[in-house]
Design a protein around this ligand. Sequence first.
Ligand code: GCU
Length: 604
Amino acid sequence: MNKKKLSLISMLLLIILQIPAKEIPLVSSIYQRSYISLNGKWNYVIDPLENGYYDYRLQPFKTAGFFENKKAQDPSDLVEYNLDTSPLMNVPSDWNSQDEQLFFYEGTVWFKKDFPIEKKTGTRYVLYFGAVNYDAKVYVNGKKVGEHIGGYTPFNFDITEVIHDGDNFVVVKVDNKRHKDNVPTVNMDWWNYGGITREVMIAVLPETYIEDYSFQLKDGNTDQLTGWIKLNYPIAGQTVSVEIPELKVKQQLRTDENGKAWFGCKAKPVLWTPEHPKLYEFRLSKENEKITDEIGFRTICTEGKKILLNGKHVFLRGISIHEEAPFRSGRAWSREDAVTLLTWAKELGCNYVRLAHYPHHETMVREAEKMGLMVWSEIPVYWTISWENPATYKNAENQLHDMIYRDKNRCAIVIWSIANETPHSEARDRFLSNLSAYACNMDNTRLISMAMETTRNPETKTIHMEDSMNEYVDIISFNQYMGWYWGNMTEWANANWNIPYDKPVIVSEFGGGALQGLHGDSNRKFTEEYQEELYKYNLQMFDRISGLSGLSPWVLVDFRSPRRQLPGIQDFFNRKGLISDSGNKKKAFYIMKSYYEEKVKDKR
Ligand code: GCU
């Protein structure tokens, strides 16, 4: 098809699809695109009564809202806000750590950023947010371009029709109020950091661009690759090329009527492993676009009580990690934050990290992949979710979709987790079994799990791990806090286990608190010695589990939580970290480290 005809079709499609601005499917691998960064200083206005959104009868403004970014033109004009002269805040960031007035604040804050654009014809401009916690309403040049619910997954809007050459501005209404029907719900053990918490950029793309792609081993065969590339328009006959130089693969593909081109080839890539995290450069291109990405290949499956990575039994030497910025606290978001946290995990002897309790920043996953760490990635279906509310289910499913969509090419992710410590009920099982089916349907190349809970029989010193959700997961994972929330360590160290499923077992959380630097008897809670003892006895207890395939102790680093009020000890920090919030290792760190060293020796 000649270029002239093609651009005519694109223009025709544009007219048909001509909608001022709208949420569009995520432009995948945003960091591999050409983009304008909007990171930096944004003006912000604290608006606890949402006075910039509702009139005094609580009706949303059609005009006159703060999103208009209005200025008084005449001394007689009444404009009771000014986004230009309001204070400035770093974006990305959480407002809690940027302005002490906002430390505990839950509500609405408005953000505004001016940005110049030299608008080019035949170009699409897509405004991308890495994450906004929790409810985002986005306006460009005073026009609503869309909104997004969910604090930990990316979203983007095509703003081509609402920007103009020269100066433009974007306004975002961010509301992090908790609601019973949200995901997560109103109670959680982490700080409800509000704000534009991950990066903001404007992707600058050709009229017809590569929207998404996927490449992986074909049905787990290590000598065949399969994949596809999808354009943003359903245009047939477009040529897209895939090159994997190191595998001497180069193919020209043609899109079908859906704008999708299918890829397949025989190739024997070196498989990705934690010890040798091999990634291949992928060069995707079409007439006016080039994307380079790094993709690895591995197989992951279970066989009875074993987890097999590339066909070999693997023990997941893990640690749980919250997205808490090392040293400065607040929401982590940068590559430096990721590398610091993951380097600490490597020092611990990990080959695996549980990224709790929500999808972490894309960079965190990419850095884990480069450093040879397998990943458990989780949506925040946490504790007492509104199981009967269809909107809550849809919200959870959207977050699950967006997590899988964003990271489907990240071979380091081996487990999708659909829940954490949820109370048993039929409604909960319906909700979660649907999520499990949804995840399998979207991606049947990874394992599904969730953090369950145990019950105990003190007479027989037996720990029961029984959950009706067992048939909907590939791995039986559970959190338990022997020696902290229940049980005498010495009595339970030789506990009996009843886990009546022929599936691998991961202890997805265990641990206890310690204030780093507080020393004393090992029977005194919050001393480093108590935490050290607790780890010793728990590890002894875990070695009695048949089919134990992994551990992810709770937690790598102390993290902020509104549930931890003990003055002088917690001060709104959960102190179960093996490392303090100022980066100092506690004695229990070394217990865990030597346990993992033994695990590595056992394998040899
Ligand atoms: C639970 C929960 C964590 C929480 C931890 C704790 O297991 O999953 O989110 O922080 O216990 O009580 O410290």
